[in-house]
Write a protein that binds this ligand. Structure first.
Ligand code: GUN
Length: 294
């Protein structure tokens, strides 16, 4: 079994990005700038956004964190997104999800200028991706493709089972894994919470991408020996042995699955770090495209 090491791969990609930003600015390019919008104070969202802003600093990007109380109305939030659309210094906009229940995430995402949609969530970005046109890829699926590329894992002809059908991970993952490209080019089955006899599918999978948001959902009896396991889950569970009283686990029962498979991503230090790489690459690309050079 080989660990797909998010620390190693993200460090390598971040170094490349840092270098590219330096060269871009040395040639007169503008400093890439990411605006992150955070509504309310969900602790997980706070941590994710904090990490994104910190990475901007590390890689030489500018950043703005725009915070709003959970009571902001949908109309007010859309106005704020439009303000960022019109701010020429801002290259990329991300609105951290989930949003409070009274705000439609779709309406807010639809308000983002697709040229600044560095999360790749806008219908235009997703449509372009579906058609195989150049687009901002959603950050997590993009990060997973970068991870496969780094380890030179060619999945052509493999059977890939994606568990989960969210707009931000499961659905785009099925598209990227089934494109006529490398990595990708797999035969893809999408499974989800209503799939009957999930094990019948997963036992036939050469690669499993688990993105269902349930702790240790994929167990050893569901995995074919030698399979590749990509774990997208970040679930907090109680653990009395930890000072904090809890710890993070993925959607895969790592301890029992790892000995069986050929490659596996750990949680933490796996896919989560790759998401940041996807986001930062998109933001740099947005800056370059917006200022007319590639
Ligand atoms: N919530 C969970 N994942 C993501 C992500 O990649 N981007 C944003 N904006 N919100 C998220």
């Amino acid at each position: 079994m080989q660990l797909l090491d998010g620390v190693l791969v993200s460090a390598h990609i971040k170094e490349q990005i840092k270098q590219e930003v330096k060269e871009w600015q040395a040639g007169g390019g503008k400093q890439p700038h990411l605006a992150a919008v955070l509504v309310g104070n969900n602790p997980a969202s706070e941590a994710y956004v904090g990490s994104k802003v910190k990475h901007c600093e590390e890689l030489g990007f500018g950043s703005t964190l725009v915070r709003f109380d959970a009571t902001i109305t949908e109309a007010q939030l859309i106005k704020e997104v439009e303000r960022l659309n019109n701010d020429d210094n801002v290259d990329g906009i991300l609105v951290q999800l989930p949003l409070p229940g009274h705000i439609s995430g779709d309406s807010v995402i639809n308000a983002i200028n697709p040229d600044k949609d560095v999360d790749g969530f806008h219908p235009i970005s997703q449509g372009r991706m579906l058609l195989g046109q150049p687009s901002f890829l959603p950050a997590t699926p993009y990060g997973i493709m970068l991870m496969l590329e780094y380890y030179k894992i060619s999945t052509a002809g493999m059977h890939c089972v994606v568990i989960g059908r969210s707009n931000i991970v499961g659905t785009p993952m099925t598209i990227l894994m089934s494109r006529n490209s490398d990595p990708g080019n797999a035969t893809v089955t999408m499974c989800h919470s209503k799939t009957k006899n999930l094990k019948d599918f997963t036992l036939n999978a050469d690669i499993i991408i688990a993105a269902i948001g349930r702790p240790k959902y994929v167990t050893a009896d569901m995995v074919k020996p030698g399979a590749i396991i990509i774990d997208v889950g970040i679930n907090r569970i109680d653990d009395a042995t930890k000072k904090s009283g809890s710890r993070l686990v993925g959607d895969v029962d790592f301890d029992n699955v790892a000995p069986l498979c050929s490659y596996i991503t750990p949680v933490p230090k796996g896919v989560g770090l790759m998401t940041i790489c996807g986001l930062m690459k998109n933001t740099l690309l947005a800056a370059k495209l917006r200022t007319g050079k590639k």
